[in-house]
Design a protein around this ligand. Structure first.
Ligand SMILES: Cc1cc2nc3c(=O)[nH]c(=O)nc-3n(C[C@H](O)[C@H](O)[C@H](O)COP(=O)(O)OP(=O)(O)OC[C@H]3O[C@@H](n4cnc5c(N)ncnc54)[C@H](O)[C@@H]3O)c2cc1C
Length: 432
């Protein structure tokens, strides 16, 4: 019988080290490094690489990758525990070598890149000497890739790309982009598109503007609206088979989704910590907020949501480690993906409310958290789409009833029970 909720003592020591490291070394960086993806920022260049070295020396660098790619090959349960830290500093993923979308893009390059592409792009990406972009969503639609029109046509030995992409995160700092393009418009919808590797210095890539999130200053936008105009790349920059973009995309999405969920645990824990501290510190009508029952309800609901969510995420991580097949855990991954924006949003909103005017101000992190909760409900597929996947997965385990009435129909059940025990009833009670 194996059913264990304990962390190994050795690994717990690593987690404790991470906790102190993130608090002492990484949290302050949020106030001095404008964006950890901006590799040219002199402050970032000065401060982040020495911290990355410390992480490497501790053996905690790029833990999602196997030894062939320079990581220790931790399973998802260990990654889940590492990401639970209630100190979600902005530069933490970068300092630990697991930032999106580079983590997913490195998996794509490792699977589908040729030797030259790996040397030029994968190796420096894994060392965080460069960053990358995943360019899929288009201005006219993201949730339904069947409406994508950004086109790549073969001209001799080159692909020529024309079209627009929207919300291509970090394109402004990226050394290469992985672009999802229509190569076969006449093919069935899920065989129309391919993935192409595009070096960022290729002529014809125009960033129309960099879009920011709700709380960000306008010059800080990291999500590019891009126009590709006659962008020419060699034929061999096709990643995976022609028409197999959806297969290639899945290489990164399965892992990426659970990693978002793991990071959400840390954010929710932080909201709970701040909420409890404030409830115990602030008084109104002669008593602390913590003694008001409606405040207690917010704290209890947040803690209960967090416990349920955390266990669900860790159980899903455990299933991924056990089966080594994302398809077998698709329903669970979609379920935690659909749950995380709600759990995150509700925790952030309750913490905001308990802090009153200070809570809505730009002096506390709650408005950023609320927007981030919506980010979790959009990136890598909107909540609604994941709920449909969950419902499909659940329904697969059922079949329709043959009879006129449902199997839970009480008169039918009663009739069957009476027929089965008719002898006993007649013997002991007589006819009913
Ligand atoms: C912070 C952030 C970073 C991102 N980074 C990247 C990136 O690096 N690269 C990239 O390519 N994209 C990126 N995206 C885009 C993301 O993938 C899209 O936002 C997502 O796919 C939804 O597409 P959309 O925004 O066009 O919304 P739409 O497709 O217009 O959908 C809008 C809404 O319609 C509803 N909806 C959609 N489909 C259904 C359905 N089947 N049933 C019911 N309701 C539905 C949902 O409420 C959905 O939110 C990022 C998004 C965010 C927020």
């Amino acid at each position: 019988m194996a059913w264990d909720f304990e962390t190994d003592a050795d690994f717990q020591r690593d987690l404790d080290w991470m906790d102190t490291f993130v608090r002492d070394e990484l949290e302050p960086l949020d106030f001095v490094v404008r964006n950890p993806y901006d590799l040219k920022d002199p402050i970032r260049r000065e401060l982040i690489p020495p911290l990355q070295k410390k992480v490497q020396q501790r053996g905690l660098w790029a833990c999602h990758l196997g030894p062939d790619l320079g990581g220790p090959g931790y399973g998802q349960v260990k990654l889940g525990l590492m990401n639970e830290d209630p100190r979600p500093a902005r530069s933490a993923p970068m300092t630990f070598g697991c930032q999106a979308p580079d983590s997913g893009n490195s998996e794509i390059l490792a699977h589908y890149g040729n030797a030259a592409q790996k040397k030029r792009f994968l190796e420096p990406l894994l060392r965080n000497e460069i960053v990358s972009c995943f360019s899929m969503t288009e201005p006219q639609g993201g949730a339904d890739p069947k409406v994508f029109t950004c086109r790549a046509e073969l001209d001799g030995d080159e692909w020529v790309i024309n079209g627009e992409k929207w919300f291509s995160s970090n394109a402004r700092w990226a050394s290469f982009l992985i672009v999802m393009v229509v190569t076969d418009p006449q093919a069935p919808p899920y065989r129309r598109m391919s993935m192409i590797l595009v070096p960022a210095d290729t002529p014809g890539i125009h960033i129309v503007r960099n879009v920011g999130l709700g709380y960000e200053e306008t010059d800080r936008g990291a999500h590019a609206y891009i126009r590709y105009e006659n962008v020419r790349v060699p034929k061999e920059n096709l990643l995976g088979e022609r028409g197999a973009a959806f297969v290639v995309a899945q290489t990164r999405l399965g892992g990426g989704r659970i990693h978002h969920a793991m990071r959400t645990i840390g954010h929710v824990q932080k909201a709970l910590d701040l909420m409890c501290e404030r409830a115990l510190s602030r008084t109104t009508q002669g008593e602390v907020l913590a003694s008001k029952q409606m405040v207690q309800e917010k704290i209890a609901d947040t803690w209960m949501d967090l416990q349920q969510f955390k266990l669900f995420v860790l159980q899903t991580a455990w299933k991924i480690d056990k089966y080594h097949d994302y398809k077998l855990v698709r329903k669970d991954i979609s379920a935690i993906k659909a749950l995380m924006p709600r759990v995150f949003h509700d925790a952030a909103a309750r913490a905001l409310q308990i802090h009153g005017s200070l809570g809505v101000s730009n002096e506390m992190p709650f408005s950023e958290m609320v927007i981030e909760s919506f980010h979790m409900g959009l990136a890598d597929g909107p909540t609604e789409v994941h709920k449909v996947a969950v419902a499909r997965g659940v329904l697969e385990q059922y079949k329709a009833t043959d009879g006129l009435f449902p199997t839970g129909h009480i008169p039918s059940l009663r009739e069957r029970a009476l027929a089965r025990y008719a002898d006993v009833i007649e013997r002991l009670v007589g006819n009913l």
